[in-house]
Design a protein around this ligand. Structure first.
Ligand code: ADP
Length: 335
């Protein structure tokens, strides 16, 4: 009806929702976290109580929001979605907490970005299901205790180290999500291609998996671009490996899945800073990105594939990174 300025993004958001697995059984990979969550949910069910608070840590797109939805669904409880940046004052959190229905699952994405004052309120809420609301100012200020309905907090953060210890300690359990291997990503792609109605041979799915940076969200996103390409250039909504390659080349995804920003960071590190070491903020400014984005979105995968090292003196590029860029590493060149 023409209300939205960004119909495409809205449609894409809806598709992302449709691609979410609805149960732990459908959730691909992460056997460790899945097993841990299963036990937590089973124990809560036996005792007919809310599951303990859960912290999920890991790079974006690995399934934290999806798992929060699954926790709510499997424990048959309603779910409320919020995020750290939306909680700028203790009052925002008080309003949120006091409106929860008994047993509700509260998901706070990017919980490390919540206001400090709210954090302190959350300690008491998590522990005793109680908050103190400050009324008035200065010498006349008093605090009024308010009882809350019991709830389960599911917090998500890109790195658990970003949270202050008192907050981290109040979670019953922290699940660390790892990058997915290619065979798990192929399963995600197989399932999503069924939902999207695009058929692909196994080698085409493997090619998308190889270029997905170990991340289901990226696998799903690349799959949608491949689907578009197949719609326009292919036959009968089916995509061959040649079409996968052509589509991903069009979108600047290189053969091992690095995108423009990944390559910009590596390029800058190697060419401008001679391979480092260089500080995170200097590197981020040089590529025109926020330090947090470089640190939590770009670096984890580059570290995982052995292209980038984090040292006390800063970031360094490895010989493998030079090789990928088609350049000679200074040390090997000197030999
Ligand atoms: P995060 O909250 O960690 O950023 P999301 O939970 O939003 O990630 O997941 C991003 C997308 O990837 C969603 O569309 C979701 O369906 C898909 N996804 C994530 N993990 C899995 C998984 N294990 N199996 C299938 N799909 C997944």
């Amino acid at each position: 009806e023409g209300r939205s300025a960004e119909p495409i993004d809205e449609a894409e958001l809806a598709i992302e929702g449709a691609l979410r697995p609805g149960s732990l059984g459908e959730f691909v990979g992460q056997p460790k976290v899945r097993g841990q969550l299963q036990l937590l949910l089973d124990a809560a069910r036996i005792q007919n109580r809310s599951p303990d608070h859960i912290l999920l840590a890991g790079p974006p797109g690995l399934g934290k929001t999806t798992l929060a939805m699954i926790v709510a669904h499997e424990s048959e409880r309603p779910l409320r979605l919020s995020s750290g940046p939306a909680i700028q004052h203790a009052g925002d959190l008080a309003a949120l907490l006091s409106s929860l229905v008994p047993g509700e699952v509260l998901f706070i994405d990017e919980i490390h970005r919540m206001a400090r004052s709210a954090e302190e309120m959350l300690y008491l809420a998590m522990e005793d299901f109680r908050i103190d609301i400050m009324v008035g100012k200065g010498a006349g200020a008093t605090s009024i205790p308010l009882d809350l309905a019991p709830f389960t907090l599911v917090g998500a953060t890109t790195r658990s180290g970003l949270l202050p210890n008192p907050l981290r300690d109040r979670f019953g359990f922290t699940g660390h999500l790892e990058f997915y291997d290619d065979s798990d990503l192929e399963k995600v792609i197989l399932r999503s291609s069924g939902v999207l109605g695009v058929s692909m041979p196994g080698d085409a799915r493997a090619e998308i998996a190889r270029r997905s940076r170990g991340t289901p969200r990226i696998a799903n996103r690349l799959l949608r671009r491949v689907r578009d390409y197949a719609l326009v250039h292919g036959e009968h909504g089916s995509a061959s490996i040649a079409e996968v390659r052509a589509a991903l080349e069009l979108y600047d995804v290189d053969p091992i899945g690095l995108d423009r920003l990944d390559r910009a960071v590596l390029d800058m590190l190697v060419r401008r800073f001679r391979g480092g070491p260089v500080g995170l903020s200097t590197l981020a400014v040089a590529v025109g990105e926020e330090a947090e984005t470089v640190e939590s979105v770009v670096e984890p995968f580059l570290v995982r594939i052995g292209f980038l090292g984090r040292t006390p003196r800063g970031r360094v590029a490895t010989p493998e990174a030079y090789e990928h860029l088609g350049l000679q590493h200074p040390e090997t060149a000197a030999l």
